[in-house]
Design a protein around this ligand. Structure first.
Ligand code: SF4
Length: 587
């Protein structure tokens, strides 16, 4: 059994609910989607007190199960106007689990800025936030640790979230207490700011109660053994996600100079410095760290600590999507420049994907030349200060593109497209079109899939299969990077979940919860006013052929949605035995 906290910020009151069994298995993205649909949040103003902000941890939270301590954060997105679930690694989900808290919902808004403290003794207090206001996230975290000690994990609304910038995420502590694991996408930080919650401090404790602890620990060992024997997992550990640049640069799907090219360098003539191989070798030579776990217990360890030439840390972590959007998409060629910008963004607690896509649009508008590091630095400074320009730029790619009248504005549902050019990385492009989350690659990413010559049904089939798996992983607190093991060993994963919760779930539960989550999300967006037309790619992807592949986008929203409907019809019976009543395949 675990506690679920309904925190009314108006009254500073907490109503506790006790959850058990399957209720605890239906967590994360599923819990967020179902709750938001049940509460009829679709039509509300996302920055009003009526938009709840939900934090949810999975069934294994608090244990050392590898990559199963993610924290999902969700609400109606002020960036897209649709549903949003954004999850982060770090130790916050672990801390919630250790206090036997399944999650909490922040309801309404506080009159004054507050810090919520969740303690081992079960108490919940609302404390003075003034000392932390306006501070960057590193300073804020350091002050919070000074006050609450080192045995706590933090979830912070940064300075941009304080003023309602839609690029603001919610920053959570990593294993070394850096506040750099960010639930970044969709403006969840702005929603936290609208509620005047500066931070949530959660005390760390010990492994929580499980129904059959021995079997859970046995499951941890078996899962770790499988991870240790997997080649892709080994590659994640050695190169991190930065290795994806080597692939997309080769295939021509890497965003370069605001999506005007798909390759940064010809590797026959020049080294790709913005790729995993170069970064790993340089970082190790400088004394940086590869194979870094963002959350305690993760055996995949795809994170890293990037060091400068003197061996001093510049930023942690450097991820592919940041390299792609804030880096190559802005004309950068040197990872040191990118790492410095990345660290500034971490200090502000903002989404590096959205910010990078927005900065690419600013450069395209003619404000500066691609690769102008001084200009890009000044953009982040203005955003940090919250100046008039900074506040405009903090509204994200779509609104900035509209303001400067830039036709080449790479967004879907007003969210910046991630670092996979949809003209080449078509499956990921289709996932970003179809998902209710806005242009979010984590909903169904397949950068290595060879799309050439494949028809729409083949591509949508791959995308939807991935979307179900990713929605399921996001609903049980798992990091999707373990997907190759999780999805192939559901008997182990769901069996261990039964041992943890005392449930009798079948392995098919994983697929079912993924499908149900997608259905709830579509239902939410429909209630929020979205139609099929909102799934269309920006026109330039259809009109401008991309160098070097000379490919342009092949599929419009209507075709993609028709194929999606065919997919649901074919997969409805095997997809879920408990198909959500309100869902229609016409969504
Ligand atoms: S695989 Fe990487 S991102 Fe996922 S939990 Fe582990 S270290 Fe964090």
């Amino acid at each position: 059994m675990r506690r679920y906290l309904h925190i009314d910020l108006n009254e500073h009151n907490v109503r506790e609910e006790t959850l058990s069994g399957e209720q605890l298995a239906r967590a994360g993205r599923y819990h967020i989607a179902k709750t938001l649909v049940d509460m009829n949040v679709g039509p509300v103003d996302p920055l009003s007190p009526e938009n709840p902000l939900i934090f949810s941890a999975g069934a294994f939270a608090g244990s050392n199960w590898s990559n199963a301590n993610r924290t999902s954060v969700g609400c109606k997105s002020p960036l897209t106007g649709g549903i949003k679930e954004s999850n982060a690694g770090g130790s916050f989900g672990l801390a919630l689990g250790q206090l036997e808290i399944a999650g909490f919902t922040l309801l309404n808004a506080s009159d004054d800025w507050t810090v919520i403290v969740l303690r081992k003794d079960g108490s919940i207090t609302f404390e003075e936030a003034e000392p932390y206001m306006g501070k960057d996230n590193f300073e804020c975290a350091s002050l919070l640790h000074e006050k609450y000690g080192n045995k706590v994990s933090l979830a912070i609304c940064g300075p941009v979230g304080e003023y309602g910038g839609l690029i603001a995420g919610i920053a959570m502590s990593d294993t070394d207490k850096r506040p750099t694991r960010i639930a970044a996408r969709g403006g969840v930080g702005a929603v936290m700011g609208s509620k005047k919650v500066k931070a949530v401090v959660c005390e760390l404790n010990k492994m929580p109660t499980f129904k059959d602890r021995k079997k859970v620990i046995q499951g941890v060992k078996e899962y770790n053994k499988l991870l240790g024997a997997d080649d892709l997992i080994k590659a994640f550990k050695e190169y991190g996600t930065a290795m994806v640049s080597d692939l997309t640069n080769e295939t021509g799907g890497l965003p370069v100079n605001n999506f005007t090219a798909g390759r940064l360098v010809d590797t026959n003539e020049e080294t790709l410095k913005m790729g995993g191989t170069y970064i790993r070798e340089q970082n190790l030579a400088r004394g940086g760290q590869t194979a870094h776990a963002c959350m305690p217990g993760c055996m995949i360890e795809c994170s890293n600590v990037y060091a400068d030439a003197d061996g001093k840390e510049i930023a942690s972590p450097i991820e592919y999507e940041t390299l792609g959007l804030m880096g190559t998409n802005c004309g950068l060629k040197d990872p040191d420049d990118l790492a410095r910008l990345n660290n500034m963004a971490n200090a502000l607690g903002i989404d590096t994907i959205e910010t990078g896509a927005m900065m690419g649009v600013l450069l395209d508008s003619g404000l500066a030349k691609f690769g102008d590091v001084a200009f890009l630095t000044s953009v982040l400074e203005e955003i940090g200060k919250g100046s008039e320009k900074g506040k405009l730029w903090a509204q994200g790619t779509a609104r900035v593109g509209e303001h400067y009248k830039v036709a080449r504005t790479p967004t879907i549902k007003k969210q910046g497209i991630s670092a996979y050019d949809p003209r080449v990385v078509e499956v990921t492009g289709i996932s970003m079109m179809l998902t209710a989350q806005g242009a979010d690659h984590t909903t169904g990413n397949s950068p290595g899939y060879d799309c050439v010559g494949k028809d729409i049904d083949e591509l949508v089939d791959v995308s939807m299969g991935l979307q179900v798996e990713c929605a399921a992983a996001d609903s049980v607190g798992f990091c999707i990077f373990g997907g190759g093991i999780t999805n192939e060993h559901l008997d182990l994963v769901i069996g261990s979940m039964n041992s943890a919760l005392g449930t009798t779930l079948e392995p098919s539960f994983f697929h079912e919860i993924g499908c149900e989550t997608l259905q709830y999300e579509d239902e939410f967006n429909k209630a929020a006013g979205f139609t099929e037309e909102d799934d269309e790619l920006p026109e330039f992807f259809y009109k401008e052929a991309l160098w070097p592949t000379n490919r342009s986008a092949r599929f419009h929203a209507s075709e993609v949605n028709e194929a999606k409907r065919r997919w649901w019809q074919e997969n409805a019976s095997k997809s879920t035995g408990k198909s959500h009543e309100g869902y229609s395949t016409n969504n």
